[in-house]
Design a binder for this molecule. Structure first.
Ligand SMILES: *Cc1c(COP(=O)(O)O)cnc(C)c1O
Length: 397
């Protein structure tokens, strides 16, 4: 990660097809497009490579989460269980529909703790949304069992784990719905973009219509299409889809490069007995986008993180002190700072954030450092980096 590091001729070629025809929109203009349907082609390729019946491209990963939830009928007052270690997009997407995000603890997988999920289920819970952070996954089997037992939907946010698999299946294809991001810093990028994945015909139809103002997409005259229900504009453009198409064709190549770089660094850090790697659930294979490990305590993790920064070991994150990814610094959410009034249901639904503490997550996130694995490193660079990391960590133990 990220795919932008290897932006090149393949991406330019796909983009030029679109520029040649001048049709920048994914729908309509059949006569002008010279046979180019980049969004459609990318959807087909996503279906093939992620082994899912339907893929609906949209304007962002955040939009994909909102659309996935809306497609399954989740809205006002419904509760969606999500992890407290994720990207802010997760609760934004839920709140956009007037639903209530219920933040719960993570475990040593750095994703949803099934036990914490169980304890948070109420009569209002409609869905469980694991977020596969930093290239690895939640214990999906445990979550599937909980969903079955309580008749809940499983919605995967796989934005940070495209290319990873669980029991042989690509992440995003396992839940009732899956969400991908194709933003600029993800493993494959479209510049901006996202996708909703599902094997469910009705959810797919909902996602297709909802992301384009409720258009039914029947026939080939946009002006004559009907609107079975209200929608919004979450469309992706052909320009973005073109870049995404070239990048998806390179996903396996990207994962292979990451695996090579990841393995070199992991083997080096494995010499240090105090370094414990994140748990990958049985049957899971990471996308190798990040190497995530735990140090003995918060103080050491803070010192190591600072020393990494000061010594040129870039792109390593200590999320405990980071304001994008962990509940500790989401003051705007806790204070419900919005531009517009929230419904009383959402305000009441989120009041738990004033008092709930997350000691278990603090225990893991406080000691965790996650290092981005880049695609552009030379082998020498990776080896130098690995030995620098070992030296720094050892100096604080
Ligand atoms: C990037 C990301 C998103 C949102 O994707 P955008 O395309 O940037 O809107 C959602 N969830 C997670 C976990 C992400 O990392």
């Amino acid at each position: 990660m990220p795919g932008f590091e290897l932006f090149g001729d393949a991406e330019r070629k796909e983009l030029n097809d679109v520029l040649d025809s001048g049709v920048l929109m994914r729908y309509g203009f059949d006569g002008m497009r010279k046979g180019h349907w980049k969004a459609k082609e990318l959807e087909q390729k996503l279906q093939d490579s992620l082994q899912v019946k339907h893929a609906q491209l949209v304007s962002s990963g955040t939009a994909a989460v909102t659309i996935a939830l809306a497609s399954a009928g989740i809205g006002a007052g419904d509760e969606v269980i999500m992890p407290n270690f994720t990207f802010v997009a997760s609760f934004e997407a839920i709140m956009m529909l007037g639903a209530v995000p219920i933040l719960v603890d993570i475990d040593d997988t750095l994703t949803l703790d099934p036990k914490a999920v169980k304890e948070s289920i109420t009569s209002k819970t409609k869905a469980i949304m694991p977020v596969h952070m930093c290239g690895s996954m939640a214990n999906l089997e445990a979550l599937q069992d909980i969903c079955k037992e309580h008749d809940l939907l499983l919605i995967e946010d796989s934005s940070q784990a495209t290319g990873a698999t669980y029991k042989g299946k690509p992440l995003g294809s396992i839940g009732d719905l899956g969400c991908l991001s194709l933003d600029f810093v993800k493993i494959i990028t479209a510049g901006e973009g996202g996708a909703v994945l599902t094997n469910n015909e009705a959810y797919y139809r909902h996602a297709d219509h909802y992301s384009d103002h409720g258009h039914d997409h029947v026939g080939n005259d946009r002006g004559a299409e009907t609107h079975p229900f209200l929608g919004y504009n979450f469309r992706i453009s052909e320009l973005h889809a073109a870049v995404g198409l070239a990048q998806l064709n390179r996903l396996e190549e990207f994962v292979a490069i990451q695996k090579k770089n990841y393995t070199i660094i992991r083997e080096a850090l494995s010499q240090i007995p105090e370094v414990v790697f994140r748990t990958v659930p049985e049957g899971g294979e990471e996308s190798y986008s990040f190497l995530s490990f735990f140090l003995p305590d918060l103080d050491i993790a803070r010192k190591v993180s600072a020393a990494f920064k000061n010594n040129g070991v870039d792109a390593c994150f200590h999320y405990y002190d980071n304001n994008w990814h962990y509940i500790r610094e989401w003051q705007h959410l806790k204070d419900l700072k919005t531009l517009y009034p929230l419904s009383q249901e959402v305000k009441d639904g989120l009041s738990y954030l004033q008092t709930k503490s997350f000691e278990q997550s603090d225990h893991y996130i406080g000691r965790n450092i996650s290092c981005l694995i880049k695609l552009s490193w030379t082998e020498d660079e990776v080896r130098n980096r690995a030995s620098k990391m070992v030296e720094i960590i050892k100096s604080y133990l």
